[in-house]
Design a binder for this molecule. Structure first.
Ligand code: TMP
Length: 240
């Protein structure tokens, strides 16, 4: 793998850049310290976030691989760079919730922190111009965003990830409130659906199990202070 060369940048997102490599089967992702919220309306920097998110995401992807979830992870190359399998991202934000918070609490008028009777799954269409609207299964299939078969693979993968992560975080004193994942179609393997993007405090809500202190990007979104410290706290608990 070390013979693979980093080539031109092919994409820049809000928190990461993606580079082509000397192999069509692999990309290199590079994590930035940039933070945005509310579809880019709020901008900032969280010093050291790129390094933590890169390392944490890789640790989570390796944990998931051990538990039978296929991911894009190949090899961490540096503090901010990781070699990943080349995928085409399915343009959906796949969101699982265990406890009410954020947009769910707002939409349904449910107090943040309310335990949900079942874990929920919802999708948003990844489209910044439309503000990532909620979308249901039949609309996803009708629009050709994903097939029925792909959606059933995606939902099974999302619930499996929830089981593994909820259990892991409970073991280090953290409640997994909710999280967002993205799926990719593996370019060199018949468009097989695998887990892509990242799993980090940018994309999950983590509350301390004892104090309910927020240890995630809500500290940035809501100007709560202690943003860097929260990322550091999660990262050190994972490595304890
Ligand atoms: P929400 O309550 O704002 O809909 O967020 C649900 C989860 O998804 C939460 O863990 C944060 C994550 N998320 C992202 O990763 N990217 C986004 O653009 C948004 C809006 C939420």
């Amino acid at each position: 793998m070390s013979s693979i060369q980093k080539l031109n940048q092919i994409y820049e997102g809000k928190a990461k850049k993606v580079f082509a490599t000397s192999s069509p089967d692999y990309y290199i992702v590079e994590y930035k310290d940039d933070a945005t919220a509310f579809n880019g309306l709020k901008h900032g920097t969280i010093t050291g976030k790129g390094i933590i998110n890169n390392k944490m995401s890789n640790a989570m992807f390796q944990l998931l691989e051990k538990n039978g979830v296929k991911t894009h992870f190949v090899e961490q190359l540096s503090d901010r760079e990781t070699l990943v399998k080349a995928v085409k991202i399915v343009p959906l934000e796949i969101i699982i919730r265990n406890i009410a918070a954020g947009s769910f609490s707002k939409r349904y008028g449910v107090e943040e922190g309310t335990q949900l009777k079942i874990s929920t799954l919802e999708y948003s269409l990844k489209n910044d111009e439309l503000n990532d609207p909620l979308i249901n299964d039949s609309h996803i299939i009708a629009l050709g965003v994903a097939t029925e078969q792909e959606l059933s693979q995606i939902s099974a993968m999302a619930y499996k990830i929830n089981d593994v992560l909820k259990n892991f975080f409970a073991g280090i004193g953290i409640k997994l409130i909710d999280f967002k994942i993205e799926a990719g179609r593996l370019i060199n393997n018949n468009n097989e659906i695998i887990l892509a993007d990242e799993i980090s405090p940018d994309t999950c809500r983590f509350w301390d199990a004892k104090t309910n202190e927020k240890l995630d990007k809500d500290r940035f979104r809501r100007d709560l202070g202690g943003v860097e410290e929260a990322y550091q706290e999660i990262f050190s608990r994972i490595n304890q």
